[in-house]
Every structure is written in structure tokens, then in C-alpha cells.
Design a protein around this ligand. Structure first.
Ligand SMILES: [Zn+2]
Length: 326
């Protein structure tokens, strides 16, 4: 499963206080026991056993950082670090057990730290790459928009856009199911992502991504994300939407919803699981109808046989003058 696994900690100050006071020493201890590697302004902190993964993270950073800098038109300050966590116990010691189990990678703005699960115990290298890019996006977002109060769907949507690139077929099917069964999450509700179950959180991530794809489709030729984000950094999201497209946030949500419905509801046809279930239900119903018709036919036949044997049959009617009058 793709993330659930990403959370933006700037919305949970109580955890940041808890992490600073109680968990930071434990974290430092973990660092002293391991090694570090520097890539640009980012320090990678890892266990001896994670050397290979640390090298992979360094290699990913070298490719991704210039792209991120261009996208967000900003650089990361010194002191940002990535901790590769080797086991589940350490991960949950750091983030706490009161968080949903689906939490994967984490960015903690106060510590300028990304916690990354090692593929040695969770997921694959590919998952680690996507998680890293997603959390890096949060780090850049925080740096770029630290003075703005922006909705979580916008933050998560950009992180998903950069790490996923676009809406996959599976994601499209999830959107179609949510459209047909009317359980789309409203953009405002995505602010409560932290309290969602794993499937609802996954849908919220896909919807956030789709909102970004929708904005991308509205950007005129020659315009680009860096220009759009510069406007957001200066004027805020709502004013940018108004200036660029003439919409307030409610207009935006209505337009996005209509676009989503028009573009993705037909993805339900690609949901083979749905069709297998549908086929099984149809076969079951046909079997029930066939059995009912056969039973009815058999009953009629018995009725006819009874009438033939005991009279009152339309085929062997009682003849008032006949032998059946005895
Ligand atoms: Zn996230």
C-alpha cells in the first residue's frame, strides 16, 4: 500500500513539546551510536547496519534537491537532518504509540528532522524513496510558507504531486469508488487527517493530490508552479486563487469536485474486483431465479398429476353426467 505514512507535524504542537523534552535525548543517543553523512545542508543520521541505505538516501538527495529548490524557489537551511530508523520499536519510541498505526515517514519542523523507516524492516527501497521525497517537500513547504497559514490538503497535495508525479490508475479507481459511494472527504476535513483510519487517510492523500492536478490544469501556458507558489507565499492561497482564477476557496472546491466527478467516476469500470463481485452476485441471483422457476414448474406438474388422479382437473373435467359423479 502506498502511504498512509505521511504526516505534517506543524499541526501537532503538543507532540513537538513532548518530543523535545522526552524523546530528544533518546534520539541523540541513537545518533551517537551510529554515523552521519552530509549532503548539502542535510545531515543523514543512521545506524552502522544502515550504511547501504544511507548511501541510497544520499544519492536520491543529490538528484532531488535541485528539483525541489527550483519548485519551491528556496533552499533548506543548515541543520536539516534525516534519521533512518532501523526498527519499529525505535520508530514508535520516537513518535509515540498514540499516533495512528498507518504513520510511516514523518517530518518534525521544530527539529528540522525527517524520520524515515528503513526498508530493512518496512516497505521497499522504492517506498523509502517516495517517503523521502514526500517529507522533503514538507521541509521545503515549511521553509517557504512559514509565515502563512495554509490548509493541510495543499501541503499534502504538493508533497504527493512531487513524490507521485500524478494520479495512478489505482488512485483513480479509489476516487471513482468514493464518488459512486459518496464518501469523498471534503477538503476542509482533511485538516483532521491525523484522526482518520488508514483507508480514509489514503483517500485524503489522493484527493489532496487530485486538487493539485486540478490546479495544474488551470495554470495557463507559460505559467508554472514556482510562479503560482510565489503568489501564494506573498498573497496567501485564497487571494492567489481569486487573482488567478476568480475563485474563492468554496468556488475552488465546487469546481474541483465537478472536475473530479467528470474525469474519474468512469474509473469504476477499471475496478476488476468490483466486477468479479458484481458477476458473482448476478450468477447467484440467476441461480436463485432458475431454482424458483424449476420449483414452480414442478409444483404445477404435481398439481396436474393430482388433478388427474383425484379429479377437478381442467384436462379431465368433472362431467356432470360422467363417471366422476359417483
Ligand atoms: Zn505528508
Amino acid at each position: 500500500m502506498r502511504r498512509p505514512g505521511k504526516i505534517n507535524w506543524q499541526r501537532y504542537p503538543q507532540f513537538i513539546i513532548f518530543a523535545t523534552v522526552f524523546l530528544y535525548p533518546c534520539w541523540l543517543f541513537a545518533g551517537q551510536d551510529g554515523r552521519t553523512m552530509q549532503v548539502g545542508n542535510i545531515r543523514i543520521q543512521y545506524d552502522l547496519t544502515e550504511e547501504e541505505n544511507a548511501l541510497k538516501v544520499a544519492s536520491i538527495l543529490q538528484t532531488v534537491l535541485p528539483r525541489m529548490e527550483q519548485f519551491y524557489s528556496t533552499d533548506l537551511p543548515r541543520g536539516v537532518r534525516i534519521v533512518i530508523v532501523s526498527d519499529e520499536e525505535m520508530f514508535f519510541t520516537i513518535i509515540g504509540h498514540r499516533l495512528p498505526a498507518w504513520v510511516g515517514a514523518v517530518y518534525i519542523p521544530d527539529q528540522k528532522t525527517i524520520l524515515l523507516k528503513s526498508p530493512r524492516w518496512k516497505g521497499t527501497l522504492f517506498d523509502m524513496r517516495k517517503s523521502l521525497v514526500h517529507e522533503l517537500s514538507h521541509a521545503y513547504f515549511h521553509e517557504r510558507f512559514s509565515r502563512q497559514s495554509l490548509p493541510l490538503w495543499f501541503n499534502e497535495g504538493l508533497a504527493e504531486l512531487i513524490s507521485e508525479g500524478g494520479i495512478s490508475m489505482d488512485a483513480g479507481i479509489e476516487l471513482a469508488k468514493a464518488i459512486w459511494f459518496r464518501h469523498l472527504v471534503s477538503l476542509a476535513d482533511i485538516d483532521s487527517l491525523f484522526q482518520f483510519s488508514a483507508p480514509r487517510a489514503q483517500l485524503a492523500y489522493i484527493e489532496s493530490l487530485s486538487a493539485m492536478v486540478f490546479i495544474q490544469e488551470q495554470l495557463p501556458n507559460g505559467d508554472s508552479w514556482p510562479d503560482f507558489l510565489s503568489h501564494v507565499a506573498t498573497f496567501g492561497l485564497e487571494n492567489t486563487l481569486k487573482n488567478r482564477f476568480g475563485w474563492d476557496l468554496i468556488d475552488f472546491e465546487i469546481k474541483w469536485y465537478n472536475w473530479l466527478r467528470h474525469k474519474y467516476r468512469w474509473f469504476i469500470l477499471l475496478n476488476f474486483d468490483y466486477f468479479i463481485w458484481l458477476l458473482l452476485i448476478v450468477i447467484f441471483m440467476l441461480a436463485v431465479v432458475r431454482r424458483y422457476l424449476m420449483n414452480r414448474k414442478r409444483l404445477r406438474q404435481w398439481e396436474r398429476e393430482e388433478q388427474w388422479l383425484f379429479g377437478d382437473s381442467e384436462y379431465y373435467p368433472n362431467d356432470p353426467e360422467g363417471f366422476d359423479k359417483r
